[in-house]
Design a protein around this ligand. Sequence first.
Ligand code: SER
Length: 312
Amino acid sequence: MKKIIVTGAFGQIGSELIPVLNDRYGKKNVVAVGHHNIPKSYDGILEKAEITDLKKIERIIKKHNAGIIYHLVSILSAKGEKDPQLTWQVNMNGLKNILDLAVSYNLKVFWPSSIAAFGPTTPRENTPQITVLEPTTMYGITKMAGEGLCHYYFLKYSLDVRSLRYPGIISWKTEPGGGTTDYAVAIFYEAIIKGKYRCFVKKETILPMMYMDDAVQATIKLMEAPAQKITIRTSYNLAAISFRADELAQEIQKHLPLKVEYVPDHRQKIADSWPKSIDDSFARRDWGWRHRYDLAKMVSAMLKNLRKKLNK
Ligand code: SER
């Protein structure tokens, strides 16, 4: 079997996708490419490389005879605003390098886009698949442009590149990593550790979200779908749950005492530029996407897993 390469292997998604890929395709067929936060205990195939180091990434692809690449490296929205130049370089140049290598070495590619590709001029309720993309963050601009680039490589070079517009992903393995939707991750840590949380978005803020297990399941389902089923080569809308910030707090309060203060900061503006809910009917129709976690089930799973991780 040709090997599967995962870049950004130890980021939010990589940390949870890799164990599932290992189980599904065998540990000897999955190569983790990382740079930061490499766990000492990692016992799969590991390559250390920065995504901007084109020569090194090429050597890794050749060395392992790769057939598939999950290119997950990305600087998220709030962090991206601190250094827009670096965000462009990592997110865009990184993607362009991977797409060029994928054409040369005949790789199938997965690349994540995001609800951040949308902007204030996009319809915010039930956002359609094909709609206005005028993002206002550098992260969102790299997602919008990246979608265009993926589509172009599909049309021009017949590259089998597939993508999802992930909503905010809620997960427990890695700590919140500089995203605007990360309030919905941080709140769980603070609830368990301190019993109180200072939320950086208003309580009325509604954003599309998804539990990590659903995101991983969607990713694998998309990548395993027959090519003729894939009708979207920019990036598929993908949805599970949408809730107000205070609805999330109330759901957590059913399990443990939690005080929440709402003190919006610069991230409120980013949240307000994104949709509240997403129409993902293309994904449901084309390759059978179904989410499994609603708000209550997601909160129970998060608390259970995070308590175990934090020994609380
Ligand atoms: N989770 C991302 C962020 O908030 C959105 O894709 O930046």
